[in-house]
Write a new protein. Structure first.
Length: 81
């Protein structure tokens, strides 16, 4: 009886996952039809990056992150370029 119950729960979980996938897929298709659609995170402007790198010369990563909203890892990646 326990195995049957677990199997039924797994079937419902798989069904729910399929429904989630279908909804997100449909949402992506609708978004792609809109003008100006671009998948992924928005780009950070070069002016904002330059400002953050300039602030980094005198401030800590935590301060720069709080002021500009750019994460430490992003700043390090741009700094290496």
């Amino acid at each position: 009886m326990g195995n049957f119950f677990i199997t039924v729960l797994l079937v419902f979980a798989k069904f729910e996952r399929t429904l989630i996938y279908e909804r997100t897929y449909e949402g992506r298709l609708i978004a792609q039809n809109k003008n100006g659609y671009r998948e992924g995170r928005p780009r950070i402007s070069s002016d904002k990056i330059e400002l953050a790198l300039e602030l980094k010369k005198t401030r800590s990563y935590k301060d720069v992150e709080r002021l500009t909203g750019i994460s430490k890892s992003t700043l390090i990646r741009y700094r290496k370029q």
